[in-house]
Design a protein. Structure first.
Length: 256
């Protein structure tokens, strides 16, 4: 049941984030020009290996990489899909078909993939995989992954721990417990964002928090919409933070 809850929360977050991106980057000139938004449904009948999508990332070449719950990773070029799955007889394939996250860092062509077994690093040019770290190394399943502001990789676990990994040297740089100063029962980190000023925003099963690594301080964010349930966040090109909830959008402005 807990796994199903995390899966549903990720689906809701992906849908919310897609809507948020449309709002942020579509020219809003409704008074003088009609906006024609078109949506296209893409499913298994179009080549997608599974409808259970955990996470989507776009690389520098424009390809979409789609992590599925049970059927590996899909690459989509806007026309067709290429599937990458685990093979028992081939150590150069991903470590498991059960995926949690995929991230394509902006400074590298490599893909970081979180599977049930651990972290894989996939080179799409060579179509080869390096099995970087086993899940047992973290002591808890990894539920979230994101690129940090300096190109490092941030990982969030079910127990609420944060790991920072050097994306170049493939070494764990730090291990933090952002929730150690507060009494929180549900600490599972489901998404992460490091803002331009170094603060780390954490979406967890217990709410959204702002963690300040330099001081170890953590602040729970209270939605502007009262008792709204917050679903996720993103940062725009101006450094403003946008929070999506079941009651709408809130903006945290850098100039405020």
């Amino acid at each position: 049941m807990q796994q199903r809850t995390y899966f549903l929360s990720k689906v809701i977050f992906i849908v919310s984030l897609a809507c948020l991106i449309l709002i942020l980057f579509t020219p809003l000139v409704a008074d003088t020009q009609k906006i024609d938004l078109r949506f296209q449904y893409i499913g298994t009948e179009n080549g997608l290996s599974s409808k259970n999508i955990m996470n989507i990332s776009q690389d520098r070449l424009g390809f979409f990489w789609i992590a599925t719950e049970w059927d590996g990773i899909n690459r989509y070029d806007g026309y067709s899909f290429v599937h990458y799955r685990h093979s028992f007889n081939n150590a150069a394939t991903i470590s498991s078909n059960h995926l949690e996250y995929v991230v394509s860092p902006s400074r590298s062509h490599l893909l970081w993939i979180v599977t049930r077994e651990g972290i894989d690093i996939f080179d799409p040019h060579l179509e080869k995989v390096v099995h970087f770290l086993e899940m047992s190394r973290f002591g808890s399943p990894i539920l979230a992954m994101a690129e940090g502001r300096n190109g490092d990789i941030l990982l969030g676990t079910l127990k609420g721990e944060l790991f920072r990994v050097d994306g170049g040297n493939l070494q764990i740089l730090s291990r933090l417990d952002p929730f150690q100063s507060i009494d929180l029962q549900q600490k599972g980190i489901t998404s992460i964002l490091e803002s331009d000023n170094g603060d780390i925003w954490i979406n967890s099963t217990g709410g959204i928090f702002r963690f300040i690594p330099s001081s170890g301080r953590i602040i729970r964010r209270e939605p502007d919409s009262g008792n709204a349930t917050e679903l996720g966040f993103c940062q725009d090109t101006q450094g403003n933070l946008w929070f999506a909830s079941d009651s709408g959008l809130d903006c945290f402005s850098r100039s405020a």
